[in-house]
Design a protein around this ligand. Structure first.
Ligand SMILES: [Zn+2]
Length: 135
């Protein structure tokens, strides 16, 4: 099943890389901190190992490409940096290889056209001696 145009598989960080990144983000007392905002990490759900270069853009699962983030920083990076970059990569790929959806005109009878009504921009034809003279 093709999920996207950039590739099929996703490579998570191996345990050895996650362990090394965890050691890197711990302070002297052993408390892990977010590597972006510096807040204290607590628990499994609040500790996220993120690709600096997204996996979808050939980011390797190496220690240099790994950052330990809190949930907030991970979401901010994902939604403001990674997703727009990958959406752009998809658009460029589609455009390059002519994979865009063909643009068909919507077939419909349409609506009957009525004569344009008087608008505020068109002056009202008021009575004047000139009009009187025309008739
Ligand atoms: Zn953070």
């Amino acid at each position: 099943m093709i999920v996207n145009l950039r590739g099929l598989s996703r490579t998570e960080f191996p345990q050895s890389v996650r362990k090394a990144a965890f050691r890197r983000c711990c302070d002297a007392s052993g408390q892990p901190h977010c590597e972006t905002c510096g807040c204290e990490l607590n628990g499994r759900s609040g500790t996220i190992y993120e690709h600096v270069t997204p996996d979808g853009l050939q980011g390797e699962p190496t220690l240099e490409n790994c950052r330990v983030h809190c949930k907030t920083c991970a979401d901010v990076k994902t939604f403001t940096e990674d997703n727009p970059r990958m959406q752009k990569a998809d658009r460029v790929l589609k455009h390059t290889f002519n994979l865009e959806r063909s643009k068909q005109k919507i077939r419909s009878r349409g609506f009957a056209k009525f004569a344009a009504q008087r608008t505020a921009t068109r002056p009202i034809r008021k009575w004047s001696p000139a009009i009187e003279a025309e008739q």
